[in-house]
Design a protein around this ligand. Structure first.
Ligand SMILES: *[C@@H]1O[C@H](CO)[C@@H](O)[C@H](O)[C@H]1NC(C)=O
Ligand SMILES: *[C@@H]1O[C@H](CO)[C@@H](O)[C@H](O)[C@H]1NC(C)=O
Length: 327
């Protein structure tokens, strides 16, 4: 189609061709992909990169041209960002330092997708349900915003290699959230409010090289998760979480100790509780240190009972490892 058009222009007399080019430039709105107009406040030094960083914008410029490969909208005042048609060349999108509470990568959602059989039913934004405006995205950076959830339609973007979501307010992740992102190499989720991870959550991400989950609210980690990520060989960052070093981490600790004696990467899990172990590295502890009796950390096992001196009480001690402390 493009070459046909050029052929047509070549065939008209010289004067006429000049007139048609001038018309395209002056109208601006009708710019073809070979003559992109640069939106005001943005810079287009390289044709492929539209840079609207720190431009004081609160809404996305209207004329995002089709040939754009990189779009930098960081450091603005956006509370939402959406494009209205698919941009098939867009590879990198920067949205950091805005105030976006909810990001949708879908132009529209086919709600029929909700009623598909099987596990799709659990995922309202199933692949079929989302027509995305960024079908070929490789880098998505939304750090330092106000996201409470992962971007909607994320699973439609299976070309994604780097996902940067640090410094948001994301608290829950669903088991299959990342499964379709088979190309994912870097996942940055540090400084969010994540409390737990499903054991199988990252098992399909065989390309994963960096997984940053530091400074979240996690208290425990399933040994299956450990094995998966260790086998993939990802660089996993877990510092600054709320690791609760009780009996539930015994099996994990055993595997980690075994691996560290074989020289494999240590994950540096530092205990936050119980207070007696706070600040200690899980690997440095002995199995006997990881107990489940402290009232402070196991509210479900902790019970205050007031008795009068001289009276008899009956306490149930059925759970393994339970201890009764009389104070
Ligand atoms: C956009 O411009 C800013 C300021 O000039 C610069 O710091 C930033 O690196 C540019 N973005 C990209 C993706 O090159
Ligand atoms: C966001 O702002 C912080 C602090 O002002 C700065 O350090 C960081 O580089 C900015 N991020 C981006 C993507 O520009």
């Amino acid at each position: 189609m493009k070459s046909g058009h050029t052929g047509f222009v070549m065939a008209v007399p010289q004067g006429l061709r000049l007139a048609s080019v001038l018309l395209l430039v002056s109208s601006g709105l009708h710019c073809s992909s070979s003559l992109p107009a640069c939106p005001t406040s943005c810079s287009c030094q390289r044709a492929s990169l539209l840079n609207c960083s720190s431009a004081g914008l609160s809404s996305v410029p209207n004329h995002i041209y089709d040939s754009v490969i990189g779009l930098d909208l960081s450091n603005n005042l956006f509370s939402s960002v959406t494009l209205h048609r698919p941009h098939h060349k867009l590879r990198s999108l920067w949205l950091g330092n805005n105030t976006i509470p909810h990001l949708s990568l879908c132009i529209e959602r086919n709600l029929e997708g909700r009623h598909l059989r099987g596990r799709r039913r659990l995922r309202p934004w199933s692949r079929l349900g989302c027509v995305t405006w960024a079908p070929t995205l490789q880098l998505l950076s939304v750090e330092r915003n106000q996201l409470e959830k992962l971007p909607e339609g994320l699973e439609s973007i299976d070309s994604l290699e780097v996902l940067q979501l640090s410094f948001n307010r994301i608290s829950t992740l669903q088991p299959a959230d990342f499964s379709p992102l088979r190309q994912l190499k870097e996942l940055h989720l540090q400084h969010n409010l994540i409390t737990s991870l499903h054991p199988q959550m990252f098992q399909d991400l065989v390309q994963l090289k960096v997984l940053d989950l530091s400074f979240n609210m996690m208290t425990s980690l399933h040994p299956h998760m450990y094995l998966t990520l260790r086998n993939i060989g990802a660089d996993v960052r877990l510092g600054g979480n709320r690791w609760q070093c009780d009996c539930s981490l015994r099996s994990l600790r055993r595997r980690m100790v075994y691996d560290s004696t074989r020289g494999l990467q240590a994950w540096n899990m530092v205990c936050a509780s119980p207070s007696i172990l706070s600040g200690q590295d899980l690997l440095q502890l002995a199995e006997d240190d990881l107990n489940c009796f402290s009232g402070e950390n196991s509210p479900e096992l902790h019970q205050d009972v007031t008795v009068y001196s001289g009276s008899e009480i009956l306490l149930s001690c059925s759970a393994e490892g339970n201890t009764v402390q009389i104070m």
